[in-house]
Design a protein around this ligand. Structure first.
Ligand code: TYM
Length: 327
């Protein structure tokens, strides 16, 4: 029996190379090894205001992009969270077992709520309970994510262990998988902040569907420093980030890369990096154009895939209800 992987991604903003290098690429690479379920988390998206038409469009666009990145329907399931109502049902139950104090410690809530001020919804606060439900519904072994999701997975493990100790085996306790390189791709403009879908600075992120010229411009404008040497060094976040992106797109070692750029300047690094990123994204963009030619294809695929995983989710919710005495 293969171990089960579950991971999710929000259909908001534009998918960027941080999502790709920190998560999606690893999902694709380990598809043969695991039994994989990937979820477009639209219920998470509405924790902040969304335009209905745009949200509907973004869900389909994201599905197309994930397929274009190499998520393979022979090996993985790809579905939309709101198509399987058990996500909301289990989230409610978990809510009743998660102490407020655990939620109040979530750094992502603190960051996101600081941006929104008095508009912050209860859903945004409760976001980690829904994420725990996503993971626990499918008896997940491994959750491959970027570093920003680590705390949410720890909370998932904590609530699973808490309910297991109260009622006996209710849930499988999942492990995070966070890559050694690429778990935190930084903003090109402010390299001490992570690259983010909601960044209002247009040059901060490279999107998967960016045209070659846009990629060249964004990298040319990326923040570096006043030093000269091109070396991996976390104390020089701008240059370090560009080198990490270069490393992930070329699959070369740090030593090889430092030797390659010996004696060269930042303009050379930026020029070469641009070409490497453009070349790396070209096949994804080509496949995306082919896949989205027939919108009915994605529509049917998402429906069929939700039908595949729903029975697993239903079984888990029945088991949980029985254990805790509901119904
Ligand atoms: P989301 O949509 O923000 O991001 C999707 C994935 O991309 C990773 N990521 C990054 N990795 C490296 N560098 C970055 N700058 C960067 N930005 C984002 C994220 O860590 C994530 O793996 N809460 C989740 C979605 C979710 C989920 C789940 C994930 C909902 N339910 C269950 C796993 C399991 C989120 O907002 O991801």
């Amino acid at each position: 029996m293969k171990k089960r992987v579950f991971s999710g991604i929000q259909p908001t903003g534009n998918i960027h190379i941080g999502n790709y290098l920190g998560a999606i690429r690893n999902w694709v690479a380990s598809q043969d090894e695991f039994d994989n379920i990937f979820c477009i988390v639209d219920l998470h998206a509405i924790t902040v205001p969304q335009d209905p038409k745009m949200l509907h469009t973004k869900i389909r666009e994201l599905a197309g992009l994930l397929l274009a990145c190499g998520i393979d329907m022979e090996k993985s399931v790809l579905f939309v969270q709101s198509h399987v109502k058990e996500h909301a049902e289990l989230a409610w139950i978990l809510n009743c077992y998660i102490p407020m104090g655990w939620m109040q410690r979530m750094t992502q809530f603190k960051e996101k709520s600081a941006k929104q001020k008095e508009q912050v919804s209860v859903g945004l606060f409760d976001y980690p309970a829904l994420m725990a439900a996503d993971i626990l519904l499918y008896d997940t072994d491994v959750v491959p994510v970027g570093a920003d999701q680590k705390q949410h997975i720890e909370l998932t493990r904590d609530v699973a262990e808490r309910m297991n100790s109260m009622y006996g085996d209710v849930f499988k306790v999942p492990e995070p998988f966070i890559p050694k390189v690429g778990a935190r791709i930084m903003s090109l403009k402010e390299p001490t902040k992570k690259m983010s879908k909601s960044d209002e600075h247009a040059d901060a992120s490279i999107h998967l569907l960016d045209e070659p010229d846009a990629i060249r411009k964004k990298i040319a404008r990326a923040t570096t420093d006043s030093l000269r040497e091109i070396r991996f060094d976390e104390n020089r976040p701008g240059v370090n980030n560009l080198l990490v992106i270069y490393q992930l797109f070329t699959n070369k070692s740090q030593e090889e890369i430092e030797a390659h750029f010996e004696g060269k300047g930042y303009a050379d690094l930026k020029r070469e990096l641009s070409e490497v990123v453009i070349e790396g994204l070209a096949p994804v963009q080509q496949r995306y154009a082919e896949i989205t030619r027939d919108p009915a294809f994605i529509e049917n695929l998402l429906k069929e895939n939700a039908d595949k995983v729903r029975p697993i989710a239903e079984r888990t919710v029945s088991r949980v209800k029985e254990k805790i005495g509901l119904g």
